[in-house]
Design a protein around this ligand. Structure first.
Ligand code: HEM
Length: 174
C-alpha cells in the first residue's frame, strides 16, 4: 500500500514542493548548491529562510535587513552623519550661549546638558560609528574575507547605535 510511512524521516513527510512556494524552493536551491548549513553557508541559507526573493529585492527591506559588511559599513557612516548634525546643533547652541558674557539664553542646567550631550554625541555616536563604518567596509576587503565574522551580530551592532543615541537622550534629559 502506498502512502507515508510513520518510520520515514521527517524530511520525507514534508508536503510536496509547489511552484508557488518560492521561499522553500529558494532555500532548497541554496542547500543543493552549497551543501547543508555548516558554518560557511549560514548567511545565504538563513536569508533564504527569512525573506522571499521578491521581498529581498525591495531596496528598503534589502538595506534594513542586510548582513553584508559593505552595506552595514554604509549604514554606520549614515548614522554617524545624522548624529553629526545633531551634535553640530548642540555645538551651535553652546556657542550662542557663550557668544557674549553673562548670556541668559540657556538655563545653567540646559547648558550643562548640551555640553555633555555634545561631547557624548561627537565621540560615541559620530567618531566611533564612523570608524566602525570604514572598518566594516574596507577590512574584509583588505584581508580577502567574504564578510565579517558573525554578520548578524554585526548588523545588530549598527541598529543599536540609534537606539543608544535615543536612550542616552531620554536619560540625560531627566
Ligand atoms: C569629534 C568630536 C567633536 C567635534 C567634531 C566637535 C565639534 C564642535 C564644533 C564644530 C563646535 C563649534 C565651535 C565653535 O562654535 O566655536 C564645538 C564646540 C564645542 N564643543 Fe565640540 N566637538 C567634538 C567633541 C567635543 C567634546 C568631546 C567636548 C567636551 C566633552 C566638546 C565640547 C565642546 C564645547 C564646550 C564647545 C563650545 C566651545 C565654544 O564654542 O566656545 N566637543 N564642537
Amino acid at each position: 500500500m502506498e502512502g507515508p510511512s510513520p518510520n520515514r524521516p521527517a524530511a520525507d513527510r514534508r508536503p510536496p514542493l509547489l511552484a508557488t512556494d518560492t521561499r522553500r524552493q529558494d532555500c532548497l536551491r541554496h542547500r543543493g548548491r552549497e551543501g547543508e548549513m555548516n558554518g560557511t553557508t549560514t548567511i545565504t541559507a538563513t536569508v533564504a529562510h527569512l525573506l522571499t526573493p521578491a521581498e529581498r529585492q525591495h531596496w528598503k527591506l534589502a538595506w534594513l535587513s542586510s548582513v553584508d559588511h559593505k552595506r552595514i559599513g554604509i549604514l554606520y557612516m549614515l548614522t554617524a552623519l545624522a548624529f553629526f548634525v545633531i551634535g553640530g546643533i548642540e555645538a551651535l547652541l553652546i556657542r550662542l550661549q557663550l557668544i557674549v558674557p553673562n548670556n541668559t539664553l540657556l538655563a545653567p542646567d540646559t547648558y550643562n546638558w548640551l555640553f555633555t550631550m555634545h561631547g557624548t554625541t561627537m565621540i560615541f555616536l559620530v567618531a566611533m560609528p564612523a570608524v566602525f563604518g570604514i572598518a566594516n567596509y574596507v577590512l574584509p576587503l583588505q584581508i580577502g574575507a567574504r564578510d565579517m565574522a558573525f554578520p548578524r551580530l554585526n548588523a545588530l551592532g549598527v541598529w543599536l547605535v540609534p537606539f543608544g543615541g535615543r536612550l542616552v537622550r531620554v536619560h540625560a534629559a531627566e
